[in-house]
Design a binder for this molecule. Structure first.
Ligand code: PSV
Ligand code: MN
Length: 385
């Protein structure tokens, strides 16, 4: 693919930002408060809009309920539009209520399961009110000890809950099921891997698909294989981008392993994932770095990885593969990966009337100092509020 074609595709690439990236976050050891952090969902949207203002590539914002609960969702959606962005995916939360200690939709107690399902149905009401098309489901459900609960029965309960939620979806709405191999459950997680998520969503029907969160796999897992497989089956619904050195570190996308992100974006592009309805979102926590620049940098990292992936000479790759030319095929990939695409992306932004260096432009805008001065009093939003 030549440079104009790469730019044409990248101009269309949309990367969603999560409302919670702008609130305070941390580890279980310490949450460090930062200056100017939003106090409510309205201020989170204002910060999210800054990411879009400087990148032109992040026009939608994921909400997490109840962290982003408001009285009037129509008003929240209008506020977003006034800022130049829209509400994206609605993320459910069945992991922070005391009732969910032993699970939510997989809990042994039907009353707790009812409460969790009702929350998921409420999230669809919020989708209706905000115009959101996607419900994202991640279940912390699982067990810590062998024998603690019946793993098979938990799968039955999960299937029953998912099917009730599926029935409630509107014609243009989807449910996206996210998997994670461990944490907070340490012995058995109820949706631990893509196979489990795939089997459930396949049974549910076309409005259900799988979410791949890059931080949710065992070390060494070949995530690009999962991407290729799910795209082939029409079941890749969304990405939670982030990066990690150890477990679910939630670091900036492309920071820990840019080569992995490049390999993933190659399979996304090859499998038609850039044209399909795959939602690309940054599920990240900026614990020690400033949050808005952290998101801007992540958007740019995804763009760079995608540009490099699109530069792969696919004809040369196929020829080398068909000839069994191991080194030649690998060299085609590495040539693209080793290309410096920053000038091309700068040029694309210029052509779009955007700053060619979004990081520098945000830094020069004075926005960070303004919110630090203005957002005094009130409770800063945090992961969990
Ligand atoms: C779980 O670790 C997860 O990746 C899910 O997407 C949650 O909803 C999200 O983190 C919250 O940050
Ligand atoms: Mn996630």
């Amino acid at each position: 693919m030549d440079a104009p074609q790469v730019k044409a595709i990248l101009r269309e690439l949309r990367i969603e930002v999560p409302s919670w990236a702008f609130g305070n976050s941390g580890t279980r050891f310490k949450v460090f408060a930062q200056q100017g952090v939003p106090r409510d969902p309205y201020e989170k949207l204002a910060d999210a809009a800054e990411v879009h203002r400087y990148t032109g590539a992040a026009p939608t914002v994921s909400l997490h309920i109840p962290w982003d609960k408001v009285d009037d969702y129509g008003e929240l959606a209008a506020h977003a539009e006034a800022l130049g962005v829209r509400i994206g995916v609605i993320n459910s939360n069945t992991f922070q209520d005391d009732d969910y200690m032993l699970g939510s939709v997989c809990h042994h107690d039907a009353g707790i399961r009812r409460k969790a399902i009702d929350h998921l149905l409420e999230c669809i009401d919020i989708m209706d009110a905000t115009g959101s098309a996607d419900l994202k489901l991640w279940f912390a459900d699982g067990t810590n000890y062998p024998g603690q609960d019946d793993m098979r029965a938990r799968q039955d309960r999960l299937a029953e809950a998912l099917s009730e939620v599926y029935e409630r979806l509107g014609d243009d709405q989807r449910m996206l099921l996210e998997y994670k191999f461990f944490e907070p459950a340490f012995y058995a997680t109820d949706v631990p891997d893509w196979g489990t998520a795939y089997a459930h969503t396949r049974k549910l029907g076309p409005k259900a698909a799988v979410v791949v969160d890059t931080g949710h796999h065992a070390p060494g897992t070949n995530i690009e294989f999962i991407v290729a497989f799910l795209l082939r089956e029409g079941k890749l619904g969304a990405f939670d981008f982030n990066s990690r050195f150890f477990a679910d570190d939630d670091l900036m996308a492309g920071a820990a392993d840019p080569f992995q992100l490049f390999r993933i974006m190659h399979e996304v592009a090859r499998g038609g994932g850039l044209d399909a309805e795959v939602n690309f979102m940054l599920d990240q926590c900026h614990n020690i770095e400033p949050k808005i620049p952290g998101q801007i940098r992540s958007v740019m990292n995804v763009q760079e990885a995608t540009a490099k992936a699109l530069l792969i000479d696919r004809d040369a790759l196929e020829t080398a593969q068909a000839a069994g030319d191991v080194l030649g095929a690998n060299a085609v990939l590495m040539d693209a990966y080793n290309t410096d695409v920053r000038p091309l992306l700068g040029e694309m932004r210029d052509e779009q009337g955007l700053p060619s260096d979004p990081m520098a432009a945000f830094a020069a805008s004075g926005y960070a100092a303004t919110i630090a001065a203005e957002r005094i009093g009130g409770a800063q939003a945090g992961w969990g509020a």
